[in-house]
Design a binder for this molecule. Structure first.
Ligand code: MN
Ligand code: MN
Length: 316
């Protein structure tokens, strides 16, 4: 079967504010069959610990994605010239039961990954990355990880619960999903539950890049180091929007001051070019706290930049 190169609906075919808002105005397909990459929403917010609202993240990210055009004028990436990409809709989570929702997400991703597709996930709170990583592990084995976040998300529990948005990467380590020597966490800051919160990550072999190390710098040199650290095998990219300063990304549940800039976020994603990315997510966008829509707009564009660095993307 010949590959179908789906294209975003152009602004001259239907006004950008018209029609049904899929990610980047791509076709909505019922499954990942035949696709190289698929946008998927996971509208979960019952794993959050402060402000909720990420259940509306996928819908708003799609709404703010309508102006994204196909060609990346900075990097030359032309993702739709070589990859078959579409929006396969949302996972039908159970919004009353977190553990059941996690089970549903994992089962959904096992099914998606029966196809030879790279999932690009619109969150949803950060709890969703654990079941996604379980499915990724089943298909690819242990993966390296590029994790951007204000928080390490390595708590042993939250309010006694082992599964929540702040425990994701401790569970991932315990379950053997990560190649710990190929993990980098970027943007961590603020206060810990304990004084050695970030040291737990370091003891696993992670490279921890606290936000202060990023202040006032281009992150292009850091990304050369990151590629060296996480390369050599499959890599997952997990981007918590709260890694970016609330000045640029206020629409999130647990904002922390002194974060990364929008420009540094772009440098990080573009710096993943050349890695064997097997999946990406953009999590923690909470539209009720995003009065301008800028956080969703940023999330949508970062997902586009992720698409642009996937293996197999043509450059012009
Ligand atoms: Mn997080
Ligand atoms: Mn966070």
């Amino acid at each position: 079967m010949d590959k179908i190169l789906h294209q975003p609906l152009g602004g001259n075919e239907m006004p950008r504010f018209g029609g049904i808002a899929t990610m980047m105005r791509l076709p909505h397909l019922p499954s990942a069959a035949g696709l190289d990459a698929a946008f998927i929403g996971v509208p979960l917010d019952i794993g959050t610990s402060l402000r909720a609202g990420t259940r509306f993240g996928p819908r708003e990210i799609r709404a703010e994605s309508v102006m994204i055009r196909p060609y990346n004028m900075a990097t030359g990436a032309a993702p739709f010239d070589s990859l078959s990409v579409a929006d396969i809709g949302d996972v039908a989570i159970n919004t009353f039961n977190l553990l059941e929702a996690v089970r549903i997400i994992e089962a959904s991703y096992h099914k998606i990954l029966e196809h030879n597709v790279i999932p690009l996930t619109l969150g949803g709170d950060h709890t969703i990355t654990l079941p996604i990583l379980r499915a990724i592990h089943k298909k690819h084995g242990k993966v390296g990880l590029v994790h951007i976040d204000a928080h390490a998300d390595v708590n042993d529990h939250m309010f006694g619960e082992k599964i929540a948005h702040g425990t994701t990467f401790r569970r991932a380590v315990e379950e053997g999903l990560l190649d710990c020597e190929r993990v980098v966490q970027i943007g961590l800051r603020a206060q810990g539950y304990t004084a050695d919160d970030f040291d737990w990550s370091r003891r696993q072999g992670f490279r921890v890049v606290q936000a202060e190390e990023c202040w006032h710098h281009s992150l292009a040199p850091l990304m050369a180091e990151v590629r060296e650290k996480v390369g050599g095998g499959p890599v997952y990219l997990s981007f918590d929007i709260d890694g970016i300063d609330p000045a640029w990304a206020p629409g999130t549940g647990t904002p922390e001051i002194g974060g990364l800039t929008t420009i540094q976020a772009i440098e990080i994603v573009r710096g993943c070019q050349g890695l064997d990315l097997v999946g990406c997510d953009l999590v923690e966008v909470s539209p009720p706290y995003d009065t301008s829509g800028n956080t969703s707009l940023l999330g949508a564009n970062l997902l586009y930049e992720m698409l642009c660095v996937l293996p197999g993307v043509t450059h012009r």
